[in-house]
Design a protein around this ligand. Structure first.
Ligand code: SF4
Ligand code: SF4
Length: 351
């Protein structure tokens, strides 16, 4: 079984890019401990705990010799459709593009398992293979670079010269010896658009993200209330942030996926106040099936209250009074200390 045959099958299964990296001691793998030591990981204790495991994919799959890396375009026509529909409301929420369709963890794991099953049908000898999708202890961006998928940009995203950076990364570690691709070359050049555009200064240097300032971290990973000095910078972001990818010249004319899995369910652009008014059951329905389920309902409410506070629209003040449409016990998630603190802040800001 050749790397070329695997790549063709990967394409048939819906992956837009597929390359092979060696399961070797790659230099970029050493950056993680340095980054963690700088304190830029904030409350992401799981990264500290798993740092040793992440130092080499051979900890993930002992005996691994090759890493098959896939890239999947998730950008769709959603933005254009919204523009055609007209302007945004004062409290419309922003949801990162990767979270607008189905939960990629589920979809990509199914497709990778299908690729492994196909490989087992092709290769008569037994072999080891393990799939990884984001949540596993693998530094997939490093392997993506060495599989020729794309270079790691100054915004820390993997950029493919043809497809840009709106890409899910996932892959398979295997003990099969496959021909590796040449690593991708850095093509950021003198550009600093992402560093300049970041509203919180989270890109403290080229390739260095201080997660504690990043809107993606603050709206998804951080527990408790968002630090007060950061709340205004959150703007309309209720889940993640795409700014440093939106400004990237390599995403000027990005491909649009027609894959049904990534077509947007209406989440981005919805009114924060209308969501705030929903019950916990209704909010759960709103995020069901998407990557947004990785955020607790209390975390989502904290973010909605932040967006309402940033709306500048005093007419929204009454909406904050009755989460769950005022029905007793319908919105437990609205009464955690972090949410209560954010609501009090939003009220003050809107007065
Ligand atoms: S995701 Fe947003 S906040 Fe985070 S580094 Fe990029 S632009 Fe800055
Ligand atoms: S905006 Fe410029 S510097 Fe940033 S990732 Fe894109 S090309 Fe690189």
């Amino acid at each position: 079984m050749t790397a070329g045959a695997i790549k063709r099958q990967a394409q048939a299964l819906g992956f837009d890019l597929c390359g092979v990296a060696p399961a070797a001691s790659l230099p970029e793998l050493a950056y993680l401990p340095e980054w963690l030591a700088s304190g830029h990981a904030g409350e992401m204790v799981y990264l500290h705990k798993s740092a040793a495991a992440r130092s080499d994919i051979r900890n993930f799959l002992p005996g691994a010799r090759s890493v098959i890396v896939t890239g999947t375009v998730y950008n769709t026509d959603e933005g254009r459709r919204q523009k055609a529909e007209g302007g945004r409301a004062t409290d419309s929420i922003r949801v990162a593009r990767y979270a607008r369709g189905r939960d990629y963890h589920v979809v990509l794991a199914e497709r990778l398992e299908a690729l492994v099953a196909w490989m087992r049908g092709q290769h008569v000898e037994p072999f080891e293979a393990a799939v990884f999708v984001d949540k596993h202890h693998v530094q997939e961006r490093v392997y993506a670079r060495h599989a020729g998928i794309g270079w790691i940009g100054k915004n820390t995203c993997v950029i493919n010269p043809e497809l840009g950076s709106w890409l899910f990364l996932s892959g398979i570690a295997t003990d099969l010896a496959l021909d590796a691709d040449p690593p991708a070359l850095d093509q950021c050049g003198a550009c600093t658009l992402c560093l300049d555009a970041c509203p919180t200064g989270a890109l403290v240097d080229a390739h260095v993200l201080d997660a504690t300032r990043c809107i993606s971290y603050l709206t998804i990973e951080a527990e408790g209330a968002i630090p007060e000095e950061r709340r205004a910078q959150i703007g309309h972001h209720a889940y993640g942030c795409d700014i440093c990818q939106e400004v990237c010249p390599w995403n000027l004319a990005p491909p649009r996926s027609l894959d049904p899995a990534w077509q947007a369910v209406r989440r981005d652009g919805v009114s924060a106040a209308s969501l705030w008014q929903r019950s916990d059951d209704e909010l759960h329905q709103f995020v069901k099936g998407s990557a947004m389920t990785h955020l607790s309902l209390a975390g989502l409410r904290r973010n909605l209250a932040t967006v309402i506070g940033n709306s500048g629209d005093a007419a929204l003040l009454p909406a904050l009074e009755g989460p769950g449409r005022g029905v007793k016990n319908a919105a437990h998630s609205a009464f955690t200390p972090a949410v209560a603190e954010t609501v009090a802040w939003a009220r003050e800001r809107l007065k």
